[in-house]
Design a protein around this ligand. Sequence first.
Ligand code: FPP
Ligand code: MG
Length: 342
Amino acid sequence: MPVIAAEVRGHSMVSRLAIDEAELAEVLSRRLDAVEDRLRECIGEAQDAFVSEAVGHLIAAGGKRMRPLLALVAAEFGDGSGRDGVEAAAVSELIHVASLYHDDVMDNARVRHGVPSANAKWGNAVAVRCGNWLLSKAARLVADMGPEAVRLQAHASDRLVEGQMLELLGPAPGEDRLAHYFKVISDKSASLLSLALRIGAMEGGASAETMEILAAYGEHLGVAFQISDDILDITSSSETLGKEQGKDLAEGVASLPVLMALADERPHGRELRELLESGPLSDAMARRRALELIRRSTAMDDARSMMQGRLTQALSLVGDLPDRPAIQVLEGFCSFVASRTE
Ligand code: FPP
Ligand code: MG
């Protein structure tokens, strides 16, 4: 497998979350190292060197390792008799990366995590098989965690696929577009954050009640995180994102900022409606104009305040958890998501 990106080796999420308990930061960093080892070991199990390279491509390219860290943090809420959450962390990253291989095929994306996407490098047929391989590997790991974990993983995978399908299909005639958007992002994004926390807590030996709270926190955090991603798709450059900017518009996906801008009654909103009625904005000039109109509307502030609402809900759940130092990491995740779009 190619060398793991420096960003991951330094565990940038641990430093970004500014965990003041040095001991906890140290433990989590050590366990994240173990997750990297586990991922590398999984990739190394491919029978063929090319398969190993291709399925390891996006894992090596980097990413924030948010889901693994959430799984490890959730394991900290166990009763002390459980395990460290490394296996749950590896499972959640394998599923996440599998979904990115598929997503990039669906979007015809050329770049992911600052490197050529697998479909750009090897074509769609290879990229889809890589996604399948990674998902199967996750299933193999989860099988050793017991039937309940298998059930949870299967359910989260169903939701991921259905969320993606719903996004593709768009809202049904007469369906509320905002309700459709929230259903899509809960399923395609929040489901996996929630799973990471749930199986991490399960591995750590947490009570059923604690597991439910962590899973619900993950749903809110995941929705907020996807909103922040959708905001960044409008505001950030491709270099900062490590993927193309304005992709939602190019694909004709109405993300939250777009929906809010369309509802703007001022001339901006009218012009944007006219532009978008012509279908997905494949023309770069039209896309630039649409991005400008969205940025100038009240949509960005509206989207940010909806994101903040979900973060507030996530934070209120944290208060119901057993009092452990790991709580500050969950709070830190909320601040991190809020700060992404500032
Ligand atoms: C990125 O979102 C993609 C996802 C959150 C999930 C994609 C899910 C699938 C393709 C279903 C297949 C799932 C499995 C488990 C194989 P985005 O497109 O909004 O963000 P981006 O800008 O990073 O592409
Ligand atoms: Mg995408």
